[in-house]
Design a protein around this ligand. Structure first.
Ligand SMILES: Cc1cc2nc3c(=O)[nH]c(=O)nc-3n(C[C@H](O)[C@H](O)[C@H](O)COP(=O)(O)OP(=O)(O)OC[C@H]3O[C@@H](n4cnc5c(N)ncnc54)[C@H](O)[C@@H]3O)c2cc1C
Length: 504
């Protein structure tokens, strides 16, 4: 087979996956990554012996024989890797101590919710039934073959496979956790349910599928953390003969006529290839790297600011305290909402990672608080001093809060670290620091189901992969998106797409 050349922008999970499948299919590929390490958002950072994980809470595909597992076998990410499986996703605790434990097991969840509110038993039962229903829903169905390659018989086959799930999808796909909560009478459940999957606007279908997958052991935490996980993909790519250029920021995608032909870096070096895949930020790819030359109405409409993104801040602490007996993730409902980082928060979530001893010295723990905050608030801050002061203020506020739930913890903090939307933007280039690209809500759900184009109108030999063409992002979905880009490329070149499993 003739070796055609391929350039990939970005060594996040999508770019690394595209690289691996490119190599498996006989392309000579090179990845250009602006940072000095792989993973993009799928990352972690070390501070004084603590590893602060910046990404994976749950990874779909952690169980053999279950959806998404095969792609991780192909990418060499699960071989020899242990996963931690939680019995509960998180728990929500009210101001007076009442609590909703979001068990992954639907029977336990329903039993507990019914005990909390017998008069809401019917709604709780419906929730449990939906979790059991989504246990059989294979989310990879929608990505196994890129939509553009399905053809009439492919659409027909997909339709038949999806048929049994149409009703639950219609019922739960466009209902948010906040809306579902309104069906309950019990005041505590009405307040707790919007928090039960981490954010209020989450379509219930997403949360229910998550619990179903967790209950089957197919959404575990990869021990060693997110960066270690990304490094496995880097190793697989290099073993397949790929080449990665780090600290190599692409400034421009080179175009001749209607074809992408290569990239120019900020240091003015130019590299040429027959095909270019951008697995970097969507907006920067379209308006920056391509100078806005291939934008038509639909594309422009996506980036006009009306679709929901997800900007957040993360406080990470290394503490000299053993938290291994504490629940790993608790969302506290506040008596009085509190203003932090430019937003008013009615609840604060606290996580610790003591279930993975590799992330902290023995007897110590890593604690994290994640809060959704508006990007604009941070972006408008003028000057480094103001930014530093604001970070310090957030740190103080959250440490005070932590003291109220873990008395004495203030004196046990060894190191703290605050990542803001500007941190995510600076390190990964993602528009407005969005951690998932387009946030999955009822507004973007349809886009996710329909599928977004992986190419741009009028530009040949070019594809996009990653979270900006897969609403909701997530590590397995963007890996599939890298795979999809190579499937499209193989199809365009008349080659049969092949994939191989990495050696154990
Ligand atoms: C806190 C947090 C929690 C999350 N939790 C989960 C979870 O539990 N489960 C899950 O599945 N997903 C989770 N996600 C989402 C998931 O991490 C992302 O959707 C996914 O990693 C995005 O991958 P990507 O390859 O599309 O993009 P990115 O990771 O953004 O990768 C893009 C890469 O391109 C590089 N780049 C950008 N511009 C250029 C340029 N001009 N030149 C060269 N390189 C460039 C960037 O440096 C980056 O490495 C979480 C994310 C965050 C931040």
């Amino acid at each position: 087979m003739a070796h055609s050349s391929l350039i990939i922008i970005g060594a996040g999970i999508a770019g690394l996956a595209a690289g691996c499948y490119g190599q498996m299919n006989g392309f000579r590929s090179q990845i250009f990554e602006m940072h000095d390490l792989p993973g993009g958002l799928c990352t972690a950072w070390e501070r004084q012996g603590y590893t602060f994980d910046g990404c994976i809470h749950y990874l779909f595909g952690s169980a053999a024989g279950q959806p998404f597992h095969q792609i991780w076998q192909e990418l060499g990410a699960v071989q020899g890797r242990a996963f931690f499986h939680h019995e509960e996703l998180l728990r929500v605790v009210g101001p007076k101590g009442k609590r909703l434990i979001v068990y992954c097991d639907p029977d336990r969840l329903v039993e507990q919710m019914t005990a909390l509110s017998p008069e809401d038993a019917a709604q709780s039962e419906a929730l449990g039934a939906a979790i059991r229903r989504f246990a059989d829903f294979d989310m990879t169905l929608m990505q196994e073959v890129p939509r553009a390659l399905l053809g009439p018989s492919g659409w027909m086959a997909l339709g038949l496979e999806m048929m049994p799930f149409m009703k639950p999808l219609a019922q739960w796909g466009l209902t948010s956790a906040r809306e579902f909560a309104e069906r309950f009478h019990d005041p505590f459940l009405r307040a707790a349910i919007p928090q039960m999957f981490g954010w209020e606007d989450i379509p219930m279908m997403v949360g229910l599928s998550l619990l179903a997958y967790m209950n089957q052991g197919n959404a575990g935490f990869p021990l060693g953390g997110s960066l270690d996980f990304a490094r496995a993909l880097e190793r697989r790519y290099l073993a397949l003969g790929g080449e990665i250029h780090y600290e190599a920021q692409v400034q421009r995608i080179l175009v001749e006529g209607d074809r992408a032909v290569g990239v120019r870096l900020y240091d003015d070096r130019e590299f040429h290839a027959e095909t270019v895949i951008s697995a970097a930020d969507g907006r920067d790819t379209i308006y920056g790297l391509l100078g806005g030359a291939f934008v038509e109405r639909e594309v422009a409409g996506r980036y006009d600011g009306h679709l929901p993104l997800h900007a957040q801040l993360q406080l990470s602490l290394g503490v000299a305290r053993d938290l291994s007996e504490e629940p790993h993730w608790t969302i506290y409902l506040l008596d009085h909402p509190i203003e932090i980082g430019g937003a008013t928060h009615a609840a604060i979530g606290v996580k610790h990672y003591s279930f993975d001893p590799s992330l902290a010295p023995s007897g110590h723990a890593v604690v994290e608080v994640l809060l959704r905050v508006p990007y604009g608030y941070w972006q408008r801050m003028s000057g480094r001093r103001r930014y530093r002061n604001e970070k310090a203020q957030v740190c103080r506020q959250l440490r005070d809060f932590l003291e109220s739930v873990y008395p004495g913890i203030g004196a046990q903090v060894v190191v703290d670290d605050v990542a803001t939307p500007l941190t995510y933007e600076r390190y990964t280039g993602n528009w407005q620091g969005s951690t998932v690209g387009w946030l999955l809500t009822d507004q973007t759900m349809t886009l996710m189901i329909q599928g977004m184009d992986k190419s741009l109108p009028g530009l040949k030999n070019f594809y996009m992969a990653g979270q900006w063409v897969e609403p909701g992002g997530s590590v397995p979905v963007v890996a599939m998106s890298g795979r999809n880009a190579i499937q499209l490329l193989c199809h365009a070149q008349g080659r049969e797409f092949v994939s191989t499993l990495a050696e154990a």
